[in-house]
Ligand binder design. Structure first.
Ligand SMILES: [Zn+2]
Length: 490
């Protein structure tokens, strides 16, 4: 197996979540090194080449991408390693080429640190979607990824990097104790529990004892805090807010962990900082003056209001509870029940099968319409020549027919070029809608925000002016997403 590393980030991608090309390469190399341990014959696994590209993948025709496929075509490599499928392709043509090469066995392996691909019909389906869809969508619907993680969680194996004092054992898919470092970790808990050490003292002491992070760096006070707060050391682990019993061997007792937590509480009170996290401030704008929205806390409630940076603005505040209620309503409106969504997806799939035939039929009937217009133009000219109609009527009618003919011909061209392009946006819409209610019910505000940002980014806070009741006006806020409504009309 010979892999090619491929990293890409284009300037038109303003998404800050996408790693820079350099960090993609670093992650890929690290990932490649890790993966080697899994292979039975590590020396067979080599990196054949690496490609970096600062081009958009929305259009076909990237040079490095083409070079990479050529190498594979020539049999010089048979695997690709990339951060995520959307680094490889974001258009159906390039995506189709990759999938075709998987189908024909030219590509034997596709690996992504942030995406789980398996060579099954479902795997290819997910991959296809990943080539065309938004990151949000993939994060939420990549069932393959979730399945893999769930399996690890069920087995009691933390699905990530081993914490300090442990090592990842890739052969046995487990996390094992580091023969040297685990003693130092235990000592950290013991010393901190005495109350005689600050985090800074601890870091200094253990740097002196030679404790280093996984990548060989000095340990910091922040790292000490991270260790002290990690329940992994007494045998459990937290994943996405949920505690799981680990299969790994504990380094400390739960009792010692609890003592350290007590000490953290005691010491923490003195240098506690108040950090308010107002989640929706960067999400909406004022509907009257267009200013940003700010938030403040009064008597246990969070209120959002216009910053009034441009001067006087009459908009009122809105309570966070009220705001989330309204957002929930919006989400429930776009929600589709599972069975509906699944039915629609099935229909779409059938549609896809028959599109080829139906588009031929459509083009045929459009061609016939064009012919009829050409006939009418002939008749029109005859009538003019015979003096049946006057010049103005002739010119007007001719213009009308010519315009109609041109739009028909453009339509034919579009169908011939694009085929079933409308199916994918439709599928995207259905799948997102299926998620909406679930997201609304879960009540996780950061997910609300991510979801709503995804379906429409122009949310504004504005009073509902039709409501006369003064008291009601002051709290009632209209949140409108123009983009959202525009999409619903499609
Ligand atoms: Zn305002």
């Amino acid at each position: 197996m010979k892999y090619i590393l491929y990293a890409r980030k284009s300037t038109d991608e303003d998404d800050r979540q996408i790693l820079s090309i350099e960090s993609q390469m670093a992650e890929l190399k690290e990932f490649a090194a890790k993966e080697k341990l899994v292979m039975a014959t590590p020396d067979l696994e080599k990196i054949a080449a690496s490609f970096q590209e600062a081009k958009t993948a929305k259009e076909p025709g990237r040079m490095k991408f083409g070079e990479m496929l050529l190498l594979i075509e020539q049999g010089k490599a048979d695997g690709i390693l990339s951060w995520h499928p959307d680094r490889l392709a974001r258009n159906p043509i390039d995506g189709g080429r990759i999938i075709y090469m998987v189908d024909t066995g030219k590509i034997k392996s596709l690996k992504f640190p942030s995406f789980w691909f398996e060579d099954t019909p479902q795997g290819k389906f997910m991959l296809n979607i990943a080539f065309g869809q938004s990151k949000y969508f993939i994060d939420n619907l990549s069932e393959n990824v979730k399945r893999g993680l769930r399996q690890k969680l069920r087995n009691g194996v933390y699905p990530g990097w081993a914490p300090l004092g442990y090592l990842n054992d890739y052969k046995n898919h487990n996390i094992v104790i580091h023969t040297e470092k685990h003693k130092l970790i235990k000592r950290i808990f013991e010393l901190y529990s005495t109350g005689e050490y600050t985090l800074k003292n601890l870091a200094d002491k253990f740097n002196g004892l030679g404790l280093t992070s996984h990548n060989g760096k000095k340990v910091s006070p922040g790292m000490m805090l991270f260790v002290l707060k990690n329940p992994f050391y007494y045998g459990v682990f937290r994943y996405k807010g949920e505690i799981h019993e680990g299969k790994h061997e504990p380094i400390i007792t739960k009792k010692l962990f609890d003592q350290a937590q007590e000490m953290l509480k005691k010491r923490g009170r003195h240098h506690e900082k108040k950090i308010h996290n107002y989640i929706f401030t960067d999400f909406m704008k004022c509907g009257t003056c267009g200013c940003a929205i700010t938030a403040e806390k009064h008597k246990g409630h969070i209120y959002y209001r216009c910053t009034k940076k441009k001067g006087v603005c009459a908009e009122k505040y809105v309570r966070e509870e009220n705001l989330t209620g309204q957002l929930k309503n919006i989400m429930q409106k776009v929600s589709l029940p599972d069975d509906w969504a699944n039915n629609m997806i099935n229909e779409l799939n059938k549609e896809k099968m028959t599109t080829a035939q139906s588009s031929i039929a459509l083009v045929n009937s459009l061609n016939q319409e064009v012919k009829m217009i050409e006939n009418k133009l002939d008749i029109l000219l005859d009538s003019r020549l015979e003096g049946v109609i006057d010049k103005n009527d002739y010119l007007k009618k001719k213009e009308e027919l010519i315009n109609k003919k041109i739009s028909l011909e453009e339509k034919i061209k579009r169908i011939n070029n694009q085929g079933d392009n409308w199916l994918e946006p439709m599928r995207d819409f259905i799948l997102r809608s299926r998620l909406a209610k679930k997201t609304a019910d879960e009540g996780d505000l950061s997910r609300f925000k991510a979801f709503l940002k995804n379906i429409g980014s122009n949310f504004i806070i504005k009073r509902a002016r039709e409501i006369k009741n003064e008291f009601f006006i002051s709290e009632r806020v209209q949140i409108i997403s123009t983009e959202y409504f525009a999409r619903r009309k499609v």
